[in-house]
Design a protein around this ligand. Structure first.
Ligand code: TZP
Ligand code: MG
Length: 219
């Protein structure tokens, strides 16, 4: 697996966008398309179901050298030996956690990614030892309809201030990508724009190609 600093494309198996497709097949296509990380995001699924899906997907991502990220379910991430768990501000800080080392004691290799929606949240996440942070939602998105967009201003702030690997997220598609990259993002998360495509691998490759074409962008 690439070091997170060298990762560019972070995609999702989000159960809201499976449209009847098998999550394992979707994960395989995301790997084929050149994803560096894949997050399993199953907002309304019980923990046992998330675990079943994670167990089925993990061998695919491992064989492809892609990081598997489990959203929300720290217990599942630990149980299946996933590389990363992604948590929101409320999952982490509002739940009383102070530093990601609290988790690493029990599961030494598990890395933690944290969502952030403002500079102060980002600084707090970095101080708390986050292995990466997400910066967003940049644009309004149906994937997280109640979240207030942070705009490109927050991406520009991240580009000049964030010292850990960071990913722009929210409303990123082939139309908005150039503006996000121009604002300084080197790494992106794409959920619906890839999962709504009929050929997921082909869609991923378009993002990879566009990111690679912009590799001269300063962090
Ligand atoms: N966190 C901030 S925005 C977002 C998450 C999980 C959803 C991004 O989804 P999409 O479909 O790429 O806009
Ligand atoms: Mg969460």
């Amino acid at each position: 697996m690439k070091p997170l600093i060298d990762c560019r494309l972070y995609t999702f198996v989000d159960t809201a966008y499976l449209h009847g497709r098998d999550p394992v097949a979707v994960a395989r296509q995301l790997c084929e398309g050149g994803s560096d990380l894949i997050q399993l995001r199953a907002k309304n699924a019980p923990s046992e179901e998330v675990r079943r899906m994670a167990e089925a997907i993990h061998p695919i991502t491992q064989a492809a050298g892609v990081w598997l990220v489990i959203n929300d379910h720290l217990d599942v991430a630990r149980a299946i030996g996933a590389e990363i768990c992604h948590l929101g501000q409320e999952d982490f800080f509002d739940a009383g956690h102070k530093h990601v080392n609290e988790f690493k004691v029990q599961s030494s290799k598990l890395q933690i990614g944290l969502s952030t929606h403002a500079p102060e949240q980002c600084q707090r996440a970095v101080t708390a030892g986050a292995d990466y942070v997400a910066i967003g939602p940049v644009y309004p998105t149906g994937t997280k309809p109640t979240a207030k967009p942070v705009t490109l201003d927050y991406v520009r702030w991240a580009a000049s201030n964030v010292v850990v690997p960071w990913f722009a997220i929210g409303g990123i598609n082939l139309q908005t990508l150039d503006a996000v990259v121009a604002a300084g993002a080197r790494r992106i998360c794409v959920v619906s724009a890839i999962l709504n495509a009929s050929d997921i691998a082909a869609e991923c490759r378009k993002y990879r190609a566009r990111l690679e074409a912009s590799s001269g962008v300063v962090e």
